[in-house]
Design a protein around this ligand. Structure first.
Ligand SMILES: NC(=O)c1ccc[n+]([C@@H]2O[C@H](COP(=O)([O-])OP(=O)(O)OC[C@H]3O[C@@H](n4cnc5c(N)ncnc54)[C@H](OP(=O)(O)O)[C@@H]3O)[C@@H](O)[C@H]2O)c1
Length: 174
């Protein structure tokens, strides 16, 4: 079975973006030692990315599509969407992912955002969480997981602290 890893960053109070989707607080957070927070190692292993429509539209606004060598799937309720960069999935998220992970292939990166993360957690589809905690309190925003009764316990595998105050927590499914 292919592994699904949620590699993501959140504020100290658990937000992945401000309410308007702004992630400047994350992108511009001081990083004098130019740490990559394990990203280059992680991305080499990734064969497939999964994300929600909101996250996709934000990434697609970047200057260049960052994952051209990956297989990219976007969950959306909007029918008829087409893109050369990604494949849109309008069928049931859980059924799609269960089938995908049965096929041969490498690491699957669940990019986010909060709504899609929640569906995956609810259905025990997250094998690993690599969470980089950014030492900033936003007070409001888009949560790492949307509200709801999840109650899922994870097992701590690794912690790593960076000189800029960020801490990376790696958890695996129990
Ligand atoms: N800090 C980080 O590392 C990080 C990482 C990833 C994302 N983010 C942030 O997260 C924010 C977006 O999070 P979000 O929770 O608002 O949105 P999201 O999870 O990225 O996307 C939600 C969208 O997914 C689609 N969707 C949701 N449930 C579905 C279902 N059951 N079936 C089919 N499609 C479904 C819909 O797309 P349509 O609207 O197309 O119908 C929905 O609007 C962005 O601001 C992004 O910057 C941050």
């Amino acid at each position: 079975m292919r592994k699904i890893s949620l590699y993501i960053a959140a504020s100290l109070d658990g937000y992945i973006a401000k309410s308007d989707g702004d992630i400047k607080w994350l992108v511009d957070f001081p990083n004098p030692e130019k740490d990559d927070f394990g990203y280059n190692h992680f991305i080499k292993e990734v064969e497939t990315t999964l994300m929600g429509g909101v996250t996709f539209r934000q990434i697609a606004d970047f200057e260049e599509w960052p994952y051209p060598d990956k297989e990219n799937f976007v969950f959306t309720r909007q029918r008829g969407e087409e893109s050369a960069l990604v494949t849109f999935i309008t069928s049931d998220v859980v059924d799609f992912v269960k089938e995908l992970r049965k096929k041969k292939g490498g690491l699957i990166w669940l990019i986010g955002g909060g709504s899609i993360n929640t569906i995956f957690m609810q259905n025990d589809l997250v094998d690993e969480i690599i969470l980089t905690v950014v030492p900033i309190v936003l007070g409001d925003g888009i949560p790492l997981f949307a509200k709801g009764d999840l109650n899922k316990t994870m097992k701590l595998q690794k912690t790593e602290a960076f000189s800029n105050g960020m801490v990376q927590l790696t958890y695996s499914k129990q």
